[in-house]
Design a protein around this ligand. Structure first.
Ligand SMILES: *Cc1c(COP(=O)(O)O)cnc(C)c1O
Length: 372
C-alpha cells in the first residue's frame, strides 16, 4: 500500500515570500504613512509588472474580478458578449453585472480554450464584444480571434487570470486584444494576497481606468463619473514586489513537477496531460488531466474521491460549466465539447514550491488507484 500524505495536499499552495523580506518592505509603510491610494509601493509594483509582463500599460486593481468588470464597463458596451462556459464564474459575472448578455461558445478539446471556428456563427447584430479566457494559461488562438473581431469591429477583452507571464512568440500575452485582465489572487501563480491588473496597448484607457478604480474622482473638487472603489493597497503591492523576486524560480519548480507528472502519468492509459505549443512560454499554473473512464477504468469522480483517501485534494476545475449553473439558467446552451471536458477534467496539485518527490508520490498514488 502506497503511503498517504501526512498533511492534506491541496490543488495549490499560496506563494509567500520570506517573512523578513515582507516585513522589510511593509516597514516602509510605517515611514510613509501611505497605506493605499496609489502609494510608492503601488507605483513600484506597477513599473516592475509592466516590464515582467512585457506590456505597454498596466493599471492595478484590488482584485482581478473588479479589473475585468472595469475593462468591460470602460468600453460602454450594450448587447451580447461571446464568451466561454469553461471558466471560473467571475468571467461571466463581469459580463452580466454590466447589463450584458453572455452568449456561450464551445471550447476545443485540444487546449480547452474557446473554439475560434465556432465563434463567427454566434455573431449577431447585438454582439458587442468577445471575452475569451486563456484557461490554465493556455493561450487562445489570438490571431484568428483578432481576425474575426476585426471583421466585425468587435473589441476582444481577454480574461488572462491564469496567464501571468505567458508569452506567445516572445510577446507578452497581453499584447493581444484590447485589454487583458490578470488575477493576483492568493491561489494564482503570482499573488498580491488579493489583486489584479489590466494590461493594454492603447494608452487612452489609462486615465479612465484610474478614475474607474477610485470613485471617478478627478480632483479635489470634482467627480467625473460614477465608479467603484477598486484600488490596490500598499500591503498588497508589497506582497507583489516580494513575490515577484522569486517567481521565476517558482515557475521553474512548477516546470519540474510538471515533467514528473508528464513522465509518470503518460505510462498509465486514459490520462491526458495538455501543454501548449512550442512557441508558447507557459507558466505551469495548473495541471489539468483529462480522465478517460474507458481506458483508465475509473471515472474522474472516482479518481477524485479515491485521491482524498490519500489526503490529496484535487479540484474539478471547471465543473459545472457556467452554462449549467442555476445563476445562468437563462443562458443554457448545448456545449458538447465543454460538457465532455467538464465531466472528465481534474486539476492535480501543483505549486511554486512543490518538490519533485511530492509529485512522484501523487503519481505513485494515482498508479495504485489505477491498479486496485
Ligand atoms: C481567479 C479568476 C478570476 C477572478 O480573479 P480574482 O482576482 O479572484 O477576483 C477571473 N477569472 C478567472 C478565470 C479566474 O481564475
Amino acid at each position: 500500500m502506497i503511503k498517504k500524505f501526512e498533511k492534506p495536499l491541496y490543488v495549490t499552495k499560496s506563494a509567500l515570500p520570506p517573512f523578513e523580506r515582507y516585513a522589510e518592505l511593509i516597514s516602509q509603510i510605517w515611514d510613509s504613512r501611505v497605506l493605499t491610494n496609489m502609494g510608492p509601493l503601488h507605483e513600484r509594483l506597477a513599473a516592475e509588472l509592466k516590464e515582467y509582463l512585457k506590456v505597454n500599460n498596466i493599471t492595478l486593481f484590488t482584485n482581478g474580478h473588479l479589473a475585468l468588470d472595469s475593462a468591460i464597463r470602460s468600453l460602454g458596451l450594450k448587447g451580447e458578449v461571446i464568451t466561454t462556459p469553461f471558466t471560473f464564474v467571475s468571467t461571466t459575472h463581469a459580463i452580466s453585472m454590466n447589463g450584458l448578455t453572455p452568449v456561450f461558445c464551445d471550447i476545443k478539446l485540444s487546449d480547452y480554450t474557446i473554439d475560434e471556428d465556432k465563434l463567427e456563427a454566434l455573431i449577431t447584430e447585438k454582439t458587442c464584444a468577445i471575452v475569451p479566457v486563456h484557461v490554465y494559461g493556455f493561450p487562445c488562438n489570438v490571431q484568428k480571434i483578432q481576425a474575426i473581431a476585426d471583421k466585425y469591429s468587435l473589441p476582444v477583452i481577454y480574461d488572462a487570470a491564469h496567464a501571468f507571464g505567458v508569452e506567445v512568440d516572445g510577446k507578452g500575452i497581453a499584447e493581444y486584444g484590447e485589454l487583458s485582465m490578470f488575477s493576483f489572487h492568493a491561489t494564482k501563480v503570482f499573488n498580491t494576497i488579493e489583486g489584479g491588473a489590466l494590461a493594454y496597448n492603447d494608452e487612452k484607457y489609462k486615465k479612465k481606468l484610474n478614475l474607474m478604480k477610485n470613485f471617478g474622482i478627478s480632483g479635489p473638487e470634482d467627480v467625473d463619473m460614477i465608479a467603484l472603489n477598486a484600488k490596490m493597497n500598499e500591503f498588497q503591492a508589497a506582497m507583489g514586489i516580494a513575490n515577484l523576486e522569486s517567481l521565476d524560480e517558482k515557475i521553474e519548480n512548477r516546470r519540474q513537477a510538471f515533467s514528473v507528472y508528464k513522465e509518470r502519468l503518460s505510462r498509465l492509459p486514459g490520462l491526458r496531460l495538455t501543454e501548449p505549443a512550442d512557441n508558447v512560454k507557459w507558466n505551469y499554473s495548473y495541471l489539468p488531466v483529462l480522465v478517460d473512464e474507458t481506458s483508465f477504468k475509473k471515472s474522474r469522480d472516482e479518481l477524485y474521491q479515491r485521491l482524498t483517501e490519500y489526503n490529496v485534494f484535487a479540484r474539478k476545475y471547471f465543473y459545472p460549466l457556467i452554462s449549467n449553473t442555476t445563476a445562468y439558467a437563462s443562458a443554457r446552451a448545448d456545449m458538447p465539447v465543454s460538457q465532455y471536458v467538464s465531466d472528465r477534467i481534474l486539476c492535480l496539485p501543483i505549486y511554486g514550491d512543490m518538490s519533485k518527490l511530492e509529485a512522484e508520490q501523487v503519481c505513485d498514488i494515482i498508479s495504485e488507484i489505477y491498479r486496485i
